[in-house]
Design a binder for this molecule. Structure first.
Ligand SMILES: NC(=O)c1ccc[n+]([C@@H]2O[C@H](COP(=O)([O-])OP(=O)(O)OC[C@H]3O[C@@H](n4cnc5c(N)ncnc54)[C@H](O)[C@@H]3O)[C@@H](O)[C@H]2O)c1
Length: 356
């Protein structure tokens, strides 16, 4: 990699800390700085392992442009991984969501512009409008909902949702703040020649994800099974048939390494990134796998009512990104859950307070 210094915003979060360590391990000569305000409960647990890997930590609130002035001069690549990533957060703290997810990205863009740095933006499948995604024709199978063949809307097929999917309609404040950030990034690309990557990610999963009911569902599922506590199937009739594809964090890192190897060729556009149709789970299916891996059953309640902005099913169509880069996700659902299980087992005392 040709970069001298990488700034990872949200660097103590699940994605940020894993990427910071991944890049530092593979490119030890590059200095890596993780910047975070430690808002996410559990983010502080990442500080020790980042220190062990030679990653510097900058306590920084992305909402404040001045906080970024402490970023060292050698930084020529910004991985923008900071966010309030919960779809539900916008319901109670809209200002925090907008100021972190949108103003924060604008602050990163200004930093990148002034430093002539490249920017990688972790966007989200949540940019696609909620009503339109929930209007996708589906069938109900024994353990999951599934997309029907022969859809009438552009950008959706049995492979999942592609970049052609219509963007008209509301998408949650989280999704809106991320889409607005994408637009700003494209403008900086056009106006200032700023090199960028925008990866619209579906559900990401893996070790060191401090999963909660409103974000990080697969690590939450594994953790609750591990510690023997309770879970609830919420929404869509309460039967746990809602479906998401999932992508292991290391598969994402593999993709970023390819994209960053040639930004001229692979950057400057939006791609949907996820595990795809071959790597998806309903909650019920996740329960079965977690039971097998953890070796125990836990009580799972049922609440039929949907939460705001929830989706019945979302699968990423990865055709564009795979066609462009040759990248394909390698890890399957069982391996991803197993990896999360091993991480919790190896760090039980440190993480117990989050879930037990
Ligand atoms: N995890 C997923 O499934 C997923 C899917 C799609 C996109 N993304 C995107 O990936 C990125 C990382 O998400 P994540 O899953 O690691 O979430 P996370 O909550 O684990 O990490 C986000 C980090 O940002 C920090 N942060 C929040 N507000 C901040 C602020 N004002 N200033 C500085 N730091 C702040 C938090 O403390 C946290 O450490 C986000 O941009 C998110 O939108 C995540």
């Amino acid at each position: 990699m040709k970069y001298g210094g990488i700034l990872v915003t949200g660097g103590a979060g699940f994605v940020g800390a894993n990427l910071a360590i991944w890049f530092k391990e593979r490119f030890p000569k590059i200095s890596v700085i993780a910047a975070d305000n430690l808002r996410r409960p559990g983010a502080e647990l990442n500080l020790e392992r980042m220190r062990e890997h030679g990653i510097s930590f900058l306590h920084c609130d992305i909402r404040n442009r001045e906080d970024l002035e402490a970023v060292p001069a050698e930084v020529d690549l910004v991985l923008e991984c900071s966010a309030e990533p919960s779809v539900l957060a916008g319901m109670c703290s809209p200002e925090y969501v907008i100021r972190t997810n949108l103003v924060g990205t604008a602050n990163c863009l200004e930093l990148a512009r002034r430093r002539r740095a490249a920017l990688v933006f972790l966007s989200t499948s949540r940019v696609y409008p909620v009503k339109a995604v929930n209007a996708i024709a589906f069938r109900e199978l024994e353990t999951r909902f599934s997309i029907l063949p022969g859809q009438s809307v552009a950008g959706v097929s049995e492979r999942g949702i592609s970049e052609e999917f219509p963007l008209e309609g509301a998408r949650s404040l989280y999704g809106a703040s991320k889409l607005a950030s994408e637009l700003l990034i494209e403008e900086y690309g056009e106006a200032y020649g700023l090199p960028y990557i925008i990866d619209r990610c579906g559900v990401l999963a893996g070790p060191w994800q401090m999963g909660r009911v409103d974000q990080g569902v697969f690590s939450l599922w594994m953790a609750k099974h591990y510690f023997g506590s309770e879970l609830t199937y919420v929404g869509w009739g309460g039967a746990g048939k809602q479906v998401r594809d999932l992508l292991h964090i290391e598969d994402l890192a593999d993709l970023l390494a390819v994209q960053l190897s040639d930004l001229e060729r692979f950057g400057g556009r939006v791609v949907n990134v996820g595990g795809g149709a071959g790597c998806s789970l309903s909650l019920r299916e996740a329960t079965s796998l977690c039971q097998e891996i953890a070796g125990r059953r836990i009580a799972i309640g049922s609440e039929p009512e949907n939460r705001p902005a929830d989706l019945r099913l979302y699968i990423t169509d990865t055709n564009r990104v795979s066609g462009l880069t040759g990248w394909r996700p390698c890890r399957e659902p069982r391996a991803i859950l197993q990896d999360i299980f091993e991480w919790i087992r190896g760090n039980e005392a440190k993480v117990r307070h989050l879930w037990a």
